[in-house]
Each structure stands twice: as C-alpha cells, then as structure tokens.
Design a binder for this molecule. Structure first.
Ligand SMILES: Cc1cc2nc3c(=O)[nH]c(=O)nc-3n(C[C@H](O)[C@H](O)[C@H](O)COP(=O)(O)OP(=O)(O)OC[C@H]3O[C@@H](n4cnc5c(N)ncnc54)[C@H](O)[C@@H]3O)c2cc1C
Length: 270
C-alpha cells in the first residue's frame, strides 16, 4: 500500500516533462520497477510523479550507419528483438545475462542508468567500454555525457538539477573491438559478474586505448583505463594494484584480478 499522496503527470511532450522535472518534489517514472516499490516502503516521497511513457520516441531504437540511439524507455526485451543488436555482439551477450522475463520486459535503460543495481552491471559495463553516451535533457537544451562519467559519479544527482535522461547513444566505431566475458556461475545463479573490454588495434597489431569495465562487484560498474600492448608486466601489476584499491577487498578483489587478467590475455596484453 502506498501511504504517500502525490500527483501523477504523464505529459505528451518532452518540453512539458522538463518543465515539471525542474520543479521541487518531482520524480521521473519510467518502467515503475523500482520506484513503485520505494513508494510502498516510504523510501521515495515525491510530490509529483512524472511518467515519460506518452512522450513520442522515448521507447524508440534508431540505428544509423554511425550509431544506435536508445530512448530512455527501451527495455532489454526491446533491445534483444532489434536487428541493430547483431552489430554489437558484446551488448547482445550482456543483454543475454538478464534472463528474468519480468526484468527483461519492464526494466528500462533510463532506470538502469539512474538507479544502477547488479542486474544491470553487464549492460552498463559494455556501454561504458563502447564509449556510449547518455543524452541528458533540460529546459536549456540537451547535452551528452559519457556513460563512464555517470558510472563514476552515480547518476542519481540528475534530477536535482532539473535534468532527465532522454536516452543513450552507442557509437558504431569499426576501429573499436568490444567483448564481454562473464564470470561463470553455478547453475541457477545470475551471471552478473564479468568484464567488458574495449580496445583498438594499432597498425602493428597491438591493443591500444584499452578500456576494462568490471561489472557486478559495485553498484555501478568500475572502468579501468590506460593499458596498451606495450605495457610491461611490472607496470601492469602496479596499475592493477592501484585499480584494485577502488573495489571491495577480499575474495572479490581476487576475482576481479582474474577477470582483468583474462580480458588482457584475450586481447594479447599480459
Ligand atoms: C520483481 C523485481 C525484481 C528485481 N530484481 C532485481 C535484481 O535482482 N537486481 C537488480 O539490480 N534490480 C532488481 N530489480 C530492480 C529493477 O532492476 C529495476 O527495474 C531497475 O532498477 C530500474 O527500474 P525502472 O526502469 O522500472 O525505473 P523506475 O522504477 O521507473 O525508476 C527508477 C529510478 O530511476 C529514476 N529514473 C528512471 N528513468 C529515468 C530517466 N529517464 N531520467 C531520470 N531519472 C530516471 C526514477 O526517478 C527512479 O528514481 C527488481 C525489480 C523487480 C520489480
């Protein structure tokens, strides 16, 4: 039972939604999967819920030669049915880790980015490794922010500044190779831990501009940059030791190290 009283708005245009999002006490609603539960528990106490469901284009997937644009209301089921996913195999692999039909059909990309949570880790990690960007809209206009930046800073500060997440742009860069390596789980367990690795090859065939993004250990995936094919084993150990201080200690650090080593040997750095 929801004990808080609030106003519900489902505007027909983005402009109208943004005028509401700029006001105190409002909260955006997309797939309803987390927010309604938070309302029932009294954790969220908005004065106005602003649903984005009627705004044209918010559930669209638009593929061009250069990128794939996902509206904030796109679900994992929408994505898995779209032909564009065949061109981004790492993203297809990550989407495939979400097997729960309820979450596949109802969780939105906007909610995943805003809220985080382990189930979204593989998809968010691949988006970061691909250098995807979030499109943030305000009444003053739109701007793009690297998903990596949102992951580092946590995106839940968005609404205080009157912004909403309009969607995500995934670049289709032929120079970038990306793959997702899940950590094998026992049967019946969710494959939420894994590593996304994106890189370019130099003319000499070495990996360059490597991005490693570890999913499932922290609320939002952690991205580690700065390793290329010319790195020495000692430099690699030192870099890895620095990275690992930013993630939980104990066996989890060991697992992350295993994943990083696996990713690096996949691309020929180790
Ligand atoms: C039965 C069930 C089981 C679940 N199990 C898991 C689980 O095992 N692991 C897990 O990680 N999660 C789990 N979840 C949570 C689920 O993953 C949520 O779907 C997810 O967190 C996002 O929810 P949503 O897309 O429905 O967004 P909503 O619930 O509508 O919104 C979530 C938050 O994001 C904000 N928001 C959403 N869209 C935007 C936007 N476009 N711009 C700005 N802010 C926005 C909202 O204001 C709200 O604060 C479960 C949920 C259910 C119902």
């Amino acid at each position: 039972m929801i004990r808080t009283s609030y106003t519900y708005a489902a505007p027909d245009t983005l402009e109208e939604a943004l005028s509401l999002v700029g006001q105190d006490g409002q909260q955006v609603l997309t797939g309803d999967q987390s927010l309604i539960g938070q309302l029932k528990q009294g954790i969220a106490q908005p004065q106005t819920l602003v649903s984005l469901r009627k705004i044209p284009g918010m559930a669209n997937i638009d593929a061009t030669a250069g990128d794939v644009q996902l509206g904030a209301l796109v679900t994992y089921a929408d994505l898995s049915r779209h032909s564009a996913l065949a061109g981004i195999p790492a993203l297809a692999e990550a989407v495939n880790t979400i097997q729960d039909p309820h979450l596949r059909n109802h969780s939105t990309i906007g909610g995943a980015l805003y809220q985080g949570g382990p189930i979204h880790g593989p998809v968010l990690a691949v988006l970061a490794a691909l250098d995807a960007e979030a499109v943030l809209a305000t009444q003053a206009g739109e701007k793009r922010v690297a998903i990596t930046e949102l992951l580092q800073n946590g995106s839940s500060g968005l609404l205080t500044s009157g912004q909403l997440l309009k969607g995500v742009v995934v670049p289709l860069n032929q120079d970038v190779t990306c793959t997702y390596l899940p950590l094998e789980q026992l049967p019946g367990q969710h494959a939420r831990k894994g590593i996304a690795v994106g890189f370019r090859r130099t003319a000499e065939g070495q990996a360059d501009q490597t991005r490693l993004v570890v999913a499932g250990f922290t609320p939002f995936p952690a991205r580690f940059d700065g390793v290329d094919g010319s790195v020495s084993q000692l430099q690699l150990e030192q870099t890895m030791a620095t990275w690992l201080t930013t993630v939980p200690a104990g066996f989890q650090r060991h697992l992350i190290k295993v994943l990083i080593n696996r990713a690096l040997s996949t691309i020929g750095v180790s």
